[in-house]
Write a protein that binds this ligand. Sequence first.
Ligand code: MN
Length: 262
Amino acid sequence: MNILITNDDGLYAEGLRVLAEVAQQFGDVKVIAPDRERSACGHAMTMRDPLRMRRIEHLPFEGYELNGLPVDCVNVGNTILFPEGCDLILSGINEGPNLGFDITYSGTVAGAMEGAINDIRSIALSMALFVTGAPLHLDTARRWLAENFALLCELPVEAGTFLNVNIPSIQYDELRGMRVCQMGKRVYKDRVEERNDPWGRPYYWQGGVVVMNPSEQPGTDVEAVSEGFVSITPVSLDWTSYDAITKLRAAMPTHSGHSGIL
Ligand code: MN
């Protein structure tokens, strides 16, 4: 099995190393990752600048750095490193959660999304760590992933769909299992903060504090990780709201061609 690995934290991230270490037990692994941290770049791709790939020696895996984004890494890796095609794309393990609507910002998730667009089984993996500086229990991820790697490769996943996995950053023996769940909501307050530079000119910093009660979102990834479960969310590239289609068609004027009369 040919396995391509990327992330958005850069080639030297600890989570990437753990992911490659486990994946190497299951197939031929090549890692291509951004040359610096590119978190929160979403599904952006580089089109106006040349991409340069460089083999980095003395890594515990076959690794390449690219002056691009996770989507660039998947496309260059898939085309150049695996000309014979690749069977699995893994993105992560991100340092921090990718839950709910936040996945639209995520470079980690975008890597998996690009894999799904290319019709390759793809999985985004993140450590659900909520407090800056709290311990990153990558050992938990290593163990959970080794035990469930084959399962993740075999789960029935439809075309145009990828898996978004979040592993709670807790001790392995505190882990309560895994849940397949729907995407929840991450609600922020104080998203944009105004500050002043030393010359008194305002500048703005985006971040914000998460304000929400996971127990108010039963059945979601947000609730699952807060209760100590690994969350597995199938995400479809088809963003159409089928519910809205029905309602919009019903609300259309009769001459639009959607009336039952015509
Ligand atoms: Mn990241």
